[in-house]
Design a protein. Structure first.
Length: 751
C-alpha cells in the first residue's frame, strides 16, 4: 500500500486535480513613470469611484450605532478593527512620503517618492521599464501599514514595501526573498490581490464581484474597516434592518467565536460572505495540521495561519475557551494583563476553574518571579514574526518539547529564549524538571504526523491508535485526513466509515474526503449531500463529481462554491475537473490553461496541465507542460515519471528509459516506476535488467498482479515454461480473476 502525498500525484487525473494546493498568480498593469496617470484604455478604477456605500472612517452605520451603544463605539473607534482599511490621509501618511526611499531586492527596485506632490511608488523589474503607481488606501494599523495601488479590471494590489510607523521607515515585507514575476505570490499577482486575499476581512459588507468572463472585479462594500455591521449584522428594529432577519444566535459564545473565526483563520471560501450568527463550517473550510508545512507536527504555527485553527486544536479550545474569554470584542484588547499572568491565572489559579489544570506559576515555570521565563505566554504562546516585523503569538497553547526539536525540527520555547544554548541542553533540563510527564500523547501524535507527512506506511497503525484515543474533533479530522492514502486498508476503512456519523462537521468532512478515491464509497456518502453542514454537503457533492456521478439537488450550492473560487488557480483546476466530468472537454481545457498561466512558476500547475492535455490527446502540448514541470522541480520523482511515460507513449523509447531510470534513483520505493522501467528494458531487449526491475516492482506492489505477469511473459519468450508458470501463479495469488494471467496459464498448460 502506498502512503502519503505521492499517491495523490500518481493517481489518475481526477484525484490529482482534487489534490491541487495553492499555486496561484495573475496578470497586472502599470504605466511608465513619465505619465502622471495611466492612459484611458488601461485606466484602473479609482477607489473613490467604486460602487460602494461608504469610504469614511468611522462609517455612518457605526455612527448610528453609537447613539445607543456609546461605550462599545468608543472602545471600537480606537481598535485595529476600526482602521483595518482606510483611505490615504495626507496628514496621517505624510511622514511616510516625506523623503524619497529606494530598496533593491534581487532584480527588483522599488522607490517611494512624490510625483507632482502626490505620494507615489516606482517599480522596476530586472532593468526594464519603470512603472509608476499612486497609492489610494492603507490596510493595517500596527506594527505596519501596507498600501494599495489600483490595477485594471477593478483590482487593487498590495505594494510590497510597508511603512513601520514606530520606526518611521520602509521595509520589504518579503525580506530578502526576490519573488519571480511569474510566481503567484509576487506582489503584482493574484496572491497579493486585495479583492481576493484581503478585502473580505478588512472591510464591512464586502462582495468580491468577480466576473470570470472578463477576469475582472466589480467589488462592492458597505464600509471601510471592520465595523458593527460586519460582526453583528443589521439587527431587528435597527436602522436599515431586514425585518425578517434575526441573528440572536450570534450572542452565544460559539456563534460569536465563529464570527471572529471568519477572519482570524486560514480557510477556503465556500460562499463568499459570512452573515454574523451563522456557523463557520457553513461558509469555510478550515486549514488544519494535515497539510505538510502549514503547521508543525505538534500543532505550532509555521505559515501564516492566524488564530482560530490553533485554538481549535488546543486543549483550551476543546474545553470551550473562546476568543471572548480573553479579548474585549470591541477594543480587541485583553481583559486582564498577561505581564503578571493574571489572565491565564483567572482559570489556572489553584484550585482551577472551568476544568483548568491548577498551576502554581513559579513552581511550574522553574523561573524566578519577574523573569521572562516565569510568564505563561512565553512558554505556551511563543511568537512567530510574519511579514518580517509583525510578531504574533501562537494560540495553540502547546507544550515546549525540545526533544521534538531534536527529532523533527519543531521549535521549542526554551531555545527561542535561550538562543545561546543547544537543543541538547534544553532536552536535559526538561527531562530533569518534568521527567516522564513529557512523554505525553501530543508528543506521540507529532511523531506519527511527521511520519505520515513523509509517506511512511508504518505510520498507519500509530495514526489509528491515536485516533481511537483522540477527544479533540480538530485533531480527529487531521488524523482521518492523514489516513486517506490507506482508505483501502480494512482497519482504516472501518474508522473512516464510523467517522461519517460524527457529530462534528470537521470530522465528517475529513472522513468523506478520505474515502473519495475508494471505488465503492459512493453509496455510503451520497446521503451526506443533505448533511446539516454546508461544508459536508459541498464535499459530498464534489465527491459525486470525482466518481463521475451526477450531483443531486445540491448542484446550485456546488456551483456557488466553484464560482467563488474561480479567480484563483485552485478554483480554476476544480472548474476544469467539473467540466471534464460533464464531458465539456473544450471548456475544461480553457480552465486548466488559466490555472497554469496564473502561476507559471508552479511545477504542480504545469504537471496538471500536462495530465489534462494528455487526457484530451494533445500529447505534444502535454509534453511541453510535463517538461516544464520537470524543469522546475527536477528532483520530483512524479514529474520525471510522468514525462517518461509520455515519451514512451510517443514511441521515444530511449528518452523514456532514461527518465524511468532517473525516477527510481530519485525514489527507490516507487513501485510503478520500477514496473514501467522493467517493461522499457524488455522493449529494448535488455532481459536481465528487465527481470531485476520487475522483481523489485513485485515486492513494492504487493497487491498487484502486473509485475509477476510481465515476468512470466519475458521468461516464456526465452522458453522457460516452468519459471513462467511460477510467475503466473504469483500473479493469480494476488488476483485470482486476473484474466491475462488466466489466459496465458491456460495456453501454456495445453500439450
Amino acid at each position: 500500500m502506498e502512503f502519503g502525498v505521492k499517491k495523490t500525484l500518481r493517481s489518475q487525473i481526477f484525484p490529482a486535480l482534487l489534490g491541487a494546493g495553492a499555486l496561484w498568480a495573475c496578470l497586472g498593469w502599470a504605466c511608465s513613470r513619465q505619465q502622471e496617470s495611466p492612459t484611458p484604455e488601461t485606466a484602473p478604477q479609482a477607489l473613490s469611484d467604486s460602487p460602494s456605500s461608504d469610504s469614511q472612517i468611522p462609517s455612518p452605520q457605526a455612527q448610528q450605532c453609537a447613539r445607543c451603544h456609546r461605550e462599545a463605539y468608543d472602545s471600537w473607534l480606537t481598535s485595529q478593527h476600526a482602521w483595518a482599511n482606510r483611505r490615504l490621509d495626507p496628514a496621517k501618511d505624510g511622514a511616510a512620503f516625506e523623503k524619497e526611499t529606494s530598496l533593491s531586492i534581487g532584480a527588483s527596485r522599488f522607490q517611494v517618492t512624490r510625483v507632482k506632490g502626490r505620494p507615489a511608488f516606482v517599480w522596476n523589474e530586472a532593468g526594464g521599464q519603470e512603472r509608476l503607481f499612486f497609492p489610494e488606501a492603507v490596510i493595517g494599523v500596527a506594527p505596519l501599514w501596507q498600501y494599495l495601488v489600483p490595477a485594471p479590471g477593478g483590482r487593487w494590489q498590495v505594494f510590497p514595501l510597508a511603512w513601520d510607523p514606530a520606526a518611521r521607515e520602509w521595509f520589504h515585507v518579503f525580506g530578502e526573498e526576490a519573488r519571480d514575476p511569474q510566481d503567484w505570490g509576487h506582489w503584482f499577482n493574484r496572491g497579493n490581490n486585495w479583492n481576493s486575499q484581503c478585502a473580505s476581512c478588512h472591510m464591512s459588507g464586502f462582495e468580491k464581484g468577480y466576473d470570470p468572463q472578463t477576469d475582472a472585479y466589480h467589488s462592492r462594500w458597505r464600509g471601510m474597516g471592520v465595523s458593527c455591521l460586519q460582526c453583528h449584522g443589521e439587527k431587528k428594529g435597527h436602522p436599515e434592518a431586514d425585518p425578517g432577519e434575526d441573528k440572536s444566535a450570534a450572542k452565544t459564545p460559539g456563534r460569536a467565536q465563529d464570527t471572529c473565526a471568519s477572519c482570524h483563520s486560514r480557510r477556503e471560501e465556500l460562499t463568499g460572505r459570512f452573515p454574523p450568527g451563522e456557523s463557520f463550517e457553513d461558509h469555510y473550510r478550515l486549514v488544519l495540521a494535515d497539510q505538510e508545512g502549514v503547521y508543525y507536527p505538534d500543532g505550532q504555527v509555521r505559515q501564516e495561519n492566524f488564530e482560530y485553527g490553533s485554538l481549535l486544536m488546543s486543549r483550551m479550545g476543546l474545553k470551550g475557551i473562546t476568543c471572548l474569554d480573553c479579548h474585549n470584542p470591541h477594543s480587541g484588547k485583553l481583559l486582564l494583563p498577561v505581564e503578571n499572568n493574571a489572565l491565564c491565572l483567572s482559570c489556572h489559579r489553584i484550585p482551577g476553574k472551568r476544568g483548568a489544570v491548577p498551576i502554581e506559576p513559579l513552581a511550574h515555570s522553574r523561573h524566578p518571579a519577574g523573569s521572562k521565563g516565569s510568564l505563561c505566554i512565553e512558554c505556551h504562546m511563543p511568537v512567530t514574526k510574519f511579514m518580517i516585523r509583525d510578531p504574533r503569538r501562537d494560540h495553540g497553547f502547546t507544550i515546549p518539547d525540545p526533544l521534538l526539536t531534536k527529532e523533527l525540527g519543531v521549535p521549542n520555547a526554551c531555545n527561542r529564549c535561550h538562543s545561546d544554548r543547544s537543543t541538547e541542553w534544553a532536552v536535559e533540563w526538561t527531562r530533569k524538571w518534568f521527567g516522564s510527564k513529557m512523554d505525553r500523547p501530543s508528543r506521540r501524535r507529532a511523531r506519527a504526523i511527521a511520519r505520515a507527512h513523509k509517506g511512511d506506511a508504518g505510520a498507519v497503525s500509530e495514526l489509528i491508535a491515536l485516533l481511537e484515543q483522540e477527544e479533540n474533533p480538530a485533531w480527529r479530522a487531521v488524523l482521518l485526513s492523514l489516513l486517506s492514502p490507506g482508505a483501502q486498508d480494512p482497519r482504516v476503512r472501518k474508522h473512516l466509515q464510523g467517522a461519517l456519523q460524527s457529530d462534528h462537521p470537521l470530522v465528517r468532512s475529513a472522513a468523506l474526503r478520505a474515502l473519495r478515491e475508494a471505488p465503492d464509497f459512493f453509496e455510503e456518502t451520497a446521503s451526506l449531500q443533505d448533511d446539516p453542514s454546508r461544508l459536508v454537503r459541498v464535499d459530498a457533492l464534489w465527491s459525486s463529481v470525482v466518481q463521475g456521478k451526477t450531483p443531486g439537488s445540491g448542484l446550485p450550492e456546488l456551483m456557488r462554491y466553484l464560482e467563488e473560487n474561480a479567480d484563483q488557480p485552485q478554483g480554476a483546476l476544480k472548474q476544469a475537473q467539473f467540466l471534464l466530468a460533464r464531458g465539456e472537454k473544450d471548456k475544461a481545457e480553457l480552465w486548466i490553461r488559466k490555472a497554469a498561466d496564473w502561476d507559471r512558476s508552479s511545477a504542480y500547475a504545469q504537471f496538471l496541465k500536462g495530465q489534462v492535455l494528455n487526457l484530451l490527446g494533445k500529447n505534444l502540448e502535454a509534453l511541453g507542460a510535463f517538461q516544464e514541470a520537470q524543469r522546475l522541480e527536477p528532483e520530483n520523482a512524479d514529474y520525471t515519471y510522468s514525462l517518461g511515460l509520455l515519451y514512451a507513449e510517443l514511441n521515444r523509447s530511449r528518452e523514456a528509459l532514461e527518465l524511468l531510470k532517473k525516477t527510481v534513483q530519485l525514489d527507490p520505493s516507487f513501485g510503478r516506476a520500477w514496473y514501467n522501467l522493467g517493461l522499457a528494458y524488455a522493449q529494448s531487449g535488455d532481459v536481465e535488467p528487465a527481470l531485476r526491475a520487475l522483481a523489485k516492482a513485485e515486492v513494492l506492489l504487493a497487491d498487484s498482479p502486473d509485475p509477476a505477469y510481465a515476468i512470466a511473459t519475458i521468461v516464456l519468450r526465452r522458453g522457460d515454461k516452468a519459471q513462467a508458470e511460477k510467475a503466473l501463479g504469483r500473479a493469480l495469488a494476488r488476483n485470482p480473476q486476473f484474466s491475462p494471467a488466466l489466459e496465458l496459464m491456460s495456453r501454456i498448460s495445453q500439450p
